[in-house]
Design a protein around this ligand. Structure first.
Ligand SMILES: [Fe+2]
Length: 189
């Protein structure tokens, strides 16, 4: 059976959400499941392989992020089954359905690993935020709430990653003594 057919396979349930809504929500959730599994394994990849003077703190941070993503894998998969859907969560399906690019295996030091993860947490954060709007529009407030919970943490984690990469405003301006508030804001983007 194709992934598409499996994703639209519904089991009978007494839940009071119309079938057409459940099909669409399950499809979105299966996209999220693939991306979350992919991001979790990529974060573990960084946890194992990062090197350099910041090794230990990044090794620990990446493991914490991977642990949260593992919880979201379960949260998303079980929302799919609660809706009568079929969760598509094998490594093969995740690899073929994920919206994220493959991990850059040339990354070695801390900055390269943090950059690689920030470049993947950002599109994942966008996907999650888009899903809040889509599932709200479909009238499934509970799934939208799950997405909102994930979104809040992922935005925070993107900040944690990017804080390693953002230069101080003074350095970004080559040590200029006077930096306007607008310039400071621009420098941390
Ligand atoms: Fe470990």
């Amino acid at each position: 059976m194709s992934d598409h057919k499996l994703s639209s396979r519904l089991f009978s349930t007494r839940i009071d959400i119309p079938t057409d809504v459940r099909v669409q929500v399950v499809s979105i959730l299966n996209q999220t499941l693939a991306a979350t599994l992919d991001l979790k394994t990529q974060t573990k990849q960084a946890h194992w392989n990062v090197k350099g003077t910041d090794f230990y703190q990044l090794h620990e941070l990446f493991d914490e992020l991977a642990g949260e993503l593992e919880e979201y894998v379960d949260l998303v998969a079980e929302r799919i089954t609660a809706l009568g859907g079929y969760a598509l969560g094998t490594a093969r399906i995740a690899a073929s359905n994920s919206i994220l690019p493959e991990f850059p295996f040339e990354a070695i030091d801390g900055k390269e690993h943090v950059t690689a993860l920030a470049d993947r947490f950002a599109p994942y954060a966008k996907h999650i935020r888009d899903a809040i709007a889509k599932t709200n529009d479909l009238g499934d407030a509970d799934t939208a709430d799950i997405y909102t919970e994930i979104s809040r943490t992922i935005d925070k984690r993107l900040w944690f990653l990017e804080a390693h990469l953002q230069a101080s405003p003074a350095k970004a301006d080559n040590g200029a003594a006077t930096t306007t508030k607008t310039q400071k804001t621009a420098a941390v983007r």
